[in-house]
Design a binder for this molecule. Structure first.
Ligand code: IVH
Length: 668
């Protein structure tokens, strides 16, 4: 085939594939068998390989996922991607309505839409061609995930008109795809996703677009950035225009003349919600007229013309079969409810932490009880309460044991703690949990080496401490369950790669009492090497702002142990990095900012910056942001509705500023 005929055929294939794609993904009306679509796609990929000059960024072949990226570029949003205020009751909605009427009078209408539970995306089209897609990020700067978004069938690569615009919408994973994905993950011994939202976000955050391509993601578009500029006068008109351009919008929207009709719509969806093929977490209510939207304006974070009605977390009833006791890394005994498996908020739940004995007593939880279960924050399963009226008399009270379920040594309860602890340092459960902690994401982040594999390695006596991980070899691993050649290679590579981690990851991974991820970072930044930290004195440690007496003592005790010295020597021998590699601390003398060297506490609601933004700015100037007010605090920044921290600052006579004063100083 010559170039000219190839060019014609490629053009034809684009049209055909785009058309079939639209019918399948946007209209949900497949018009050709999958095999035929695949064949045309293969033909296109073949032609593009033969004639590379015919490749184009809007080619349907992009949907299968191109090359792996090194990182995501940052994208600045021209129009900020705001979030929405929340309503939790009809009363909240009536209050919202009153605020609107105070500004625009009585003549207006609302559009109600489903609030899709996924992640916000922004899509840029230039002359009808999809050129860039980004995540929301912090609202002003997101990440360029164009390659991943191109793999979503319902995102048109070319529009039906050659217009330039930016559309906003929600990318999500349908319930069925989520279930299939989690099942496959579990079969491979991997950690399943907690909900479809995390699964969608996790898929779009992968640098290899082939992963996103395999995940069956979908999208609903719900808005146009700068809609007024493209000659549209209402939100509903905008949605209809998006439909005509070939975008996928959600059909379940409704124009409502007043708030009572809105409330009816909201209530109707409480029941219908479980039947949808995707998750929603509420209803979004928007003032329809763009003119009135503009009149109402926005606050720093959200528009005044829209609100999200949030459904209450789903609650289900199930039976408490048993209470299991787990020994944590620090010896704390945690009771866990073993439940009759039940579906709640998208996943099957069969365990829920009961935290401690006091909670079991407080809620009067008994074995065999009917209990109400929900997912707190839609992620962590929790026993809400017991249905006492359903008791049959067969339920049994739970008795906490006096000895460790794993090593049988006697349990102790320290004076100021609610938890029972096993204090045997050789307790196998504690060692195993310590190993699991060492490989976890915020610690050494060794992928492929999860809880299950560690437990197996430990049970088989292949590892006794964290240094043993660096002595593992292929022969030892090959005999383990579900361990193929490929996963072994990956795991060994991940172990190898972890040797290069910066010091704070190792420090956190070692599990020194009271040293969390943040403190580990502070210590690593301050002392820079393990050897320097190991010989730090109590005074040196306590001189650091965030390190208190308790933590300093714990660090001293830790490095005072001979076993620790030996362990560190072993890790060094295995070439595990012992140096801090992160950004240098801004030394007080290097910054002449007012904030330099000072400890600052932020409290209350800030209007112009988020807490995190303020914190980053202060830290960049050499200041230190702490979580609570103490004698060491130099300054408190109090936003709106500041509470107990402000009172404490006043009691201690600490200087207090408002947000404006802080911004003035930050900008100096
Ligand atoms: S409108 C300026 N409409 O909910 C208003 N948002 O906090 C922009 N969401 O992150 C949002 N479905 O991604 C709107 N039909 C819908 C939505 C929706 C889901 C998400 C959105 C945003 C969050 C609001």
């Amino acid at each position: 085939m010559d170039l000219q005929s190839a060019k014609n055929r490629v053009r034809e294939l684009h049209t055909l594939l785009n058309h079939y794609n639209y019918q399948y993904y946007v209209l949900d009306q497949p018009s050709v068998p999958d095999a035929e679509y695949d064949q045309l796609m293969q033909e296109l990929i073949g032609l593009e390989a033969k004639f590379p000059e015919l490749n184009s960024p809007d080619s349907p072949s992009q949907r299968v996922g191109g090359g792996v990226l090194e990182s995501f570029e940052k994208v600045e949003h021209r129009v900020p991607m705001l979030s929405l205020g929340n309503a939790f009751s009809p009363q909240d909605l009536r209050d919202f309505d009153r605020r609107i009427r105070q500004v625009v009078g009585d003549d207006f209408s609302y559009v109600c839409e489903l609030k899709i539970d996924g992640l916000a995306v922004s899509l840029h089209y230039q002359d009808g061609v999809f050129v860039q897609g980004a995540t929301r990020g912090d609202g002003s700067i997101g990440e360029d995930i164009t390659a991943n978004l191109k793999t979503i069938g319902s995102i048109p690569l070319r529009l039906k008109e050659a217009v330039s615009l930016e559309v906003r919408g929600e990318a999500f994973m349908p319930k069925r795809s989520f279930e299939t994905l989690n099942k496959a993950k579990e079969e491979k011994g991997e950690e399943p996703f907690a909900n479809p939202r995390n699964a969608a976000a996790g898929s779009l955050r992968q640098l290899d677009p082939k992963i996103a391509a395999s995940r069956n993601l979908d999208v609903f578009l719900y808005g146009i950035a700068g809609a007024g500029e493209v000659g549209i006068t209402s939100h509903s008109e905008g949605l209809n225009w998006l439909d005509s351009l070939g975008f996928k919008t959600n059909r379940e929207r409704k124009l409502c003349p007043d708030i009572e009709r809105v409330i009816e719509f909201v209530e109707s969806w409480v029941e219908k919600r479980p039947n949808l093929p995707y998750e929603i977490d509420g209803i979004v209510i928007k003032v329809d007229s763009l003119g009135q939207q503009e009149e109402l304006g926005t606050t720093a974070k959200s528009p005044r013309w829209a609100i999200a009605y949030k459904f209450p977390a789903e609650e289900v009833v199930t039976t408490l079969r048993d209470i299991e006791l787990n020994v944590g890394r620090t010896g704390v005994i945690t009771p866990t409810a073993i439940l009759e498996p039940v579906r709640v908020a998208g996943t099957t739940v069969q365990r829920a932490s009961l935290h401690n004995e006091d909670l079991i007593r407080e809620k009067d939880i008994r074995l065999g009880d009917q209990v109400v279960v929900k997912k707190a924050g839609d992620i962590i399963p929790e026993v809400v309460n017991v249905l006492v009226e359903r008791r049959t008399g067969m339920e049994r009270e739970f008795v906490m044991p006096t000895h460790c379920p794993e090593c049988e040594s006697e349990l102790v309860r320290f004076e100021d703690e609610v938890a029972l602890r096993c204090i045997n340092p050789k307790c196998p459960a504690q060692i195993r949990e310590g190993l699991i902690h060492f490989v976890s994401r915020n610690a050494m982040n060794i992928e492929g080496l999860g809880e299950k594999v560690i437990s197996q390695l430990f049970a088989e006596n292949l590892i006794h401490d964290v240094a043993d991980l660096y002595k593992l070899n292929r022969e030892q691993l090959i005999g383990l369950e579900r361990m193929g050649e490929k996963s072994i290679q990956k795991m060994l590579a991940a172990i190898e790669a972890s040797k290069e981690n910066s010091l704070e990851k190792l420090l956190f991974g070692l599990g020194i009492r009271h040293v969390g991820a943040k403190a580990a970072k502070t210590l690593a930044m301050e002392f820079e090497t393990m050897d320097r930290l190991a010989v730090a004195t109590s005074e040196e440690l306590k001189a650091i702002n965030e390190i208190g007496e308790k933590m300093a003592d714990s660090v001293l005790t830790y490095f005072g142990m001979d076993e620790v010295t030996e362990l560190i020597e072993e890790l060094k021998a295995a070439s595990v990095n012992m140096q801090y590699k992160g950004p240098k601390r801004v030394l007080a003398e290097e910054s002449d900012s007012f904030f330099s060297g000072k400890t600052i506490v932020l409290t209350g609601k800030l209007e112009q910056l988020t807490r995190n933004e303020a914190k980053e700015k202060i830290e960049a100037l050499g200041g230190n942001v702490a979580g609570s007010v103490s004698k060491k605090t130099d300054l408190v920044i109090a936003g709106e509705d500041a509470g107990s921290k402000l009172t404490k600052a006043e009691e201690l006579g600490i200087e207090v500023w408002n947000e404006e004063r802080m911004i003035e100083e930050l900008n100096k």
